[in-house]
Write a protein that binds this ligand. Structure first.
Ligand code: CA
Ligand code: CA
Ligand code: CA
Length: 959
């Protein structure tokens, strides 16, 4: 049998990419071994087009392929090639694991493109070529020299492009550093907000409910209430350990845990462990998979007590299996019995696989299987800081698991008022917050603060920072407990850039160019995508490794199942509203962040710096190291430690449903279309042009047929943002916070009518402005044109009723927050087009007011006029009989001055010959009114109004 060398298949390509090490050589042959190997084929067809389509298009295509029964004949392996490889294996005398032992935990199928085989010292070279043998280095480590080979034709003709190994005997190779200069590190804590002496240790559902505003709380959470929605099964990747416990029954222990945290009903759970499972014997401080298991189980069952838990032990221990996490992921993705819609994993596998290698192919395609199976996968970003415990002196994230088709979750440290007051690293911020310093409170509010801080409210939230427990004492990186913990211990959120892949389309569209902070400055996939509390000042009360007791636990291994639990709630809401599961939905989350930023609390404090080399003058985890000082900082907006931020569950769920229904059913033209070189108007429409610059700016607008030139003052420091406006539309948001940021002037807003197909280009202060997130937001009625020092939002003053299921006769929720002192009311009416015309009458023409009154929508409370709830206050009301695609405009009445203002500036008063715009766009169907003649204080927050067309549908769980 002739063999052909497989490119990029050296031992270092498996798990040592960018390690800087030289490959091991020499060593004695391993004379007795069993090694289970996955042989992985390419897909019969390339799914790239499907995967790159928008979410709703993907869902429809998958639906059709499933209905036709052709999904896996299309995107599984080619059956003939698959059969040929199996027949070649038989000829080579290499047995599949199924032939060795039919009771195994492996997935071998043409759909999964995988054949698990077993080789040993007698036939290893029959699979990988006569020049390759396994050799020993170190105590339990094996390696091979050079590239692997495969039988000729397998790779180029039959499409065998992937390999994986179920073994713990292949380890990364890292060199000892020699003369690197250590980066300077401050003594003590390396980041703020993790040093409290009074941590908040509470059950997971309380974290989800009290601090992350999950949709299903109270009776909707409580399975005994009779009204709690049925949330779907959640898959838990638990390699090897599954549901084993050293004594007692897992189910009884799980139910005991539930009872302890207030859940009176028994759990539904099952384990997929066809290859067996074992309770691990772990010598501290080694990683304990049973502890991880209990944490995952505890978090998911507490937050979603109605979700069935499916635990995946992966390959297990039969037939030479070693329960590599890859096998548990694979068994979870291919569980055709329980079909969990959401899977969470806190387990990694061969962290640093090299791009272009067969190992990288295996890992990458694994997650595409999940996307095609319509599963949403949450993977922990890891707890090893910016270096990810990989001692190459650079910043690292796992190249094998940082899939663009999974959602990566980072870790934060959440501090209540009480915890923050007991944290010396937060003393400055706490003092400023308690003194009412507006700059501090502004930043805290962007992070999710909902009430003015006060020591009399100790359990209220205050601040969220990066989870980072690194502590330097002299030259020893260790925690305060004095244990050997440091850069090689699970103590800090990983996060950074995976330069092995290009930037995913949803990150590019968001305007990101994630770049490593180390000297290599490589561009790639930014990670994490999202974050949640992992530890530091707040911990999750969960069972211990043996499922007994109640202990505070932490890690991105906790934030990950929290996010998975939220996704499971969103899936239940989607189902209730007639939508499919989220599935692969990374793009939906990035659109949500662009148009509904309040769905994510913006973490802006802290870092995860921990890059290092082995050897040197510092000690970490009992080993000499040299810190190199490269890492990532949280900051405004997306950052490479906390991603888009932590969840505001209700707000992000509302945004996701609005986006999903719009993509599924919407037929209205987008505001702007990309035409290759720029943007063109999607229809004849009235548009607002609002200047959002920190200092005075001049704006030039060119529509191809008209030029608009105007000057604007800069926005005031605390001029309202889309984030704040949307945050304020929560009933529990503190009126004191609202009033604290009143009378902060926005820039200038100009209005103009633009015709369909007209081009639109913008320059600010003479610099060409780019609509960086325009492809995400334009379908939702706005786009921000941005330069390095200014921004112009182009927005519609009209809402499009993108209803659930594209149905007519729906009820929309109208939410209002008043930040003006006058008595106000707003009414909403239907217009015929995007310029506001009613029966041929333009907004500036006589008789328009009567026409608008005749078109006014009725409220669930009667009448057509929504009264402002008073200065600082909130109210919401239903708007009746909304039909799909309705175009909705509004007018404001100031009952003190007696003036009426229209969304369309041309119907308003003039100043210096120009009509005054009284409306400001705050993102997804959210606007703010200026209530004073001639523009008043220009703060455009006197009445914030939001239209929500989907939350009242189904059971109305989000209304
Ligand atoms: Ca941030
Ligand atoms: Ca005002
Ligand atoms: Ca105001």
């Amino acid at each position: 049998m002739p063999y052909t060398e497989l490119p990029n298949s050296s031992y270092l390509d498996f798990d040592s990419w960018r390690s800087g090490a030289t490959a091991p050589t020499g060593g004695a042959p391993v004379t007795s071994f069993t090694l289970n190997v996955a042989i992985i084929l390419e897909r019969a067809n390339d799914p790239t087009t499907l995967l790159n389509a928008g979410w709703a298009s993907r869902q429809r295509q998958l639906d059709t392929l499933n209905d036709n029964g052709t999904l896996w004949s299309t995107y599984g392996a080619n059956q003939t090639n698959y059969d040929q490889v199996k027949s070649d294996l038989a000829a080579l005398g290499i047995r599949t694991v199924d032939q060795v032992d039919s009771h195994n935990g492996y997935v071998s199928s043409v759909e999964a493109r995988t054949i698990w085989v077993q080789v040993d010292q007698t036939n290893f070279s029959r699979l990988f070529g006569p020049s390759v043998e396994l050799r020993q280095h170190g105590t339990d480590n094996w390696f091979w020299e050079g590239n692997l080979s495969l039988p000729s034709g397998w790779h180029d003709r039959l499409g065998v492009s992937g390999l994986w190994f179920d073994t713990a005997n292949f380890s990364p190779v890292l060199p000892n550093s020699t003369h690197a200069t250590p980066a300077s590190m401050p003594q003590g804590w390396q980041s703020l907000g993790n040093a409290t002496t009074s941590p908040t240790n509470i059950p997971p559902q309380q974290i989800a409910d009290d601090y992350y505003n999950f949709p299903f709380s109270g009776d909707l959470w409580n399975p005994a209430s009779g009204v709690a929605p049925a949330t779907g099964a959640v898959g838990l990747v638990e390699p090897g350990v599954g549901s084993t416990v050293p004594s007692g029954s897992f189910g009884a222990l799980l139910n005991h845990y539930r009872a302890q945290i207030g859940i009176g009903t028994p759990a539904t759970w099952t384990t997929e462990a066809a290859g067996g499972q074992q309770y691990p014997t772990v010598v501290p401080p080694a990683f304990n998979p049973a502890g991880e298991r209990s944490l995952d189980v505890g978090v998911v069952t507490a937050i979603n007590p109605q979700s069935a838990l499916i635990l995946y032990a992966g390959s297990g221990y039969n037939a030479g299996a070693q329960s590599d996490a890859f096998t548990a992921y694979q068994s979870a993705f291919w569980d055709l019995t329980h079909n969990p819609g959401v899977i969470t994993s806190s387990f990694g596998y061969a962290q640093q696989t090299a791009p272009g290698s067969p190992f990288y192919f295996a890992a990458r395609e694994l997650f595409i299987d999940a996307a095609l199976r319509n599963i949403t996968v949450f993977s922990d970003n890891g707890d090893g800081g910016s270096g990810d415990m990989f001692a190459n002196g650079l910043t690292n994230v796992s190249t094998s698991r940082t899939s663009p088709y999974g959602i990566m979750v980072g870790g934060t440290a959440f501090s209540t008022i009480e915890a923050a007051m007991a944290d010396a690293t937060l003393s400055g911020i706490v003092a400023q917050a308690m003194a009412g310093d507006p700059t501090t409170i502004w930043q805290l509010t962007a992070g999710g603060l909902t009430s003015l801080p006060s020591p009399s409210n100790p359990t209220a939230s205050l601040i969220e920072t990066v989870w980072n427990q690194y502590y330097l004492n002299g030259t020893t990186i260790a925690d305060l407990g004095g244990q050997h913990t440091g850069f090689q211990h699970n103590n800090t959120s990983s996060g950074g850039v995976d330069p092995s892949q290009s930037v995913p389309s949803y990150q590019s569209a968001f305007g990101l160019t994630p770049t490593t902070s180390d000297p290599s400055a490589l561009v790639g996939r930014g990670t994490p995508d999202v974050a949640a509390n992992a530890g530091g000042n707040m911990h999750y009360m969960v069972p211990g490794p043996n499922m007994e007791g109640l202990f505070p636990d932490s890690g991105t291994s906790a934030s990950t199942p929290l996010w998975a639990s939220l996704a499971s709630q969103v899936n239940a809401i989607f189902k209730d509203q007639g939508l499919p599961n989220l599935g692969y939905a990374n793009d939906l989350f990035y659109i949500a962040a662009a148009i509904a930023p309040a769905g994510f609390n913006d973490v802006t404090w802290g870092n995860n710096t921990s890059s290092f080399l082995k050897g040197g003058p510092y000690t970490s985890d009992g080993e000499p190291i040299t810190p190199t000082g490269y890492g990532y900082y949280a900051g405004p907006g997306y950052d490479l430690v906390t991603g888009l931020g932590t969840p505001n569950g209700v707000l992000v769920a509302r945004a996701l449903t609005a986006i999903a229904h719009t993509q599924m059913w919407g037929t209205s033209p987008a505001m702007l279309d990309a035409d290759g070189s720029g943007w063109t108007s999607g229809t004849d429409q009235s548009l607002m042009f609002q200047t959002m610059s920190g200092s005075a700016a001049t704006v030039d607008l060119d529509t191809g047929t008209a030029f608009l030139h105007f000057a604007s003052t800069g926005s005031a420091n605390f001029a309202w943002t889309s984030r704040l406006a949307q945050q304020s539309l929560q009933s529990g948001f503190d009126p004191n916070l609202v009033r604290m940021f009143d009378k902060q002037a926005q820039g200038f807003v100009s209005h103009s009518v633009v015709e369909s197909g007209e081009s639109l280009s913008v320059s600010i202060d003479g610099s060409s402005a780019q609509a960086i997130q325009g492809s995400l937001s334009s379908a939702f009625g706005f786009a921000d044109f941005v330069t390095s020092d200014g921004a112009l939002r182009v927005a519609r003053p009209v809402a499009v009723a993108e209803t659930a299921g594209g149905a007519d006769h729906q009820t929309a929720m109208v939410r209002v927050r008043q930040n003006g002192e006058d008595a106000l009311s707003v009414s909403l009416y239907r217009v015929d087009d995007f310029t506001g015309t009613i029966d041929g009458r333009r907004p500036d023409q006589a008789g328009y007011e009567a026409a608008a009154a005749a078109r006014a929508y009725q409220l669930t409370t009667g009448g057509t006029s929504i009264n402002g709830p008073g200065y600082g206050n909130y109210d919401q009301v239903g708007l009746l009989n909304i039909n799909a695609g309705d175009l909705i405009a509004m007018k404001l009445v100031n009952h003190i001055s007696g003036n009426t203002y229209w969304a369309f500036a041309q119907a308003n008063e003039t100043v210096g010959g120009q009509h005054v715009g009284h409306l400001w766009s705050y993102g997804l169907n959210t606007w703010g009114w200026e209530d004073t003649y001639r523009g008043g204080d220009h703060d455009y927050n006197d009445l914030i109004v939001q239209l929500d067309f989907t939350s009242a549908s189904g059971h109305g769980w989000l209304a």
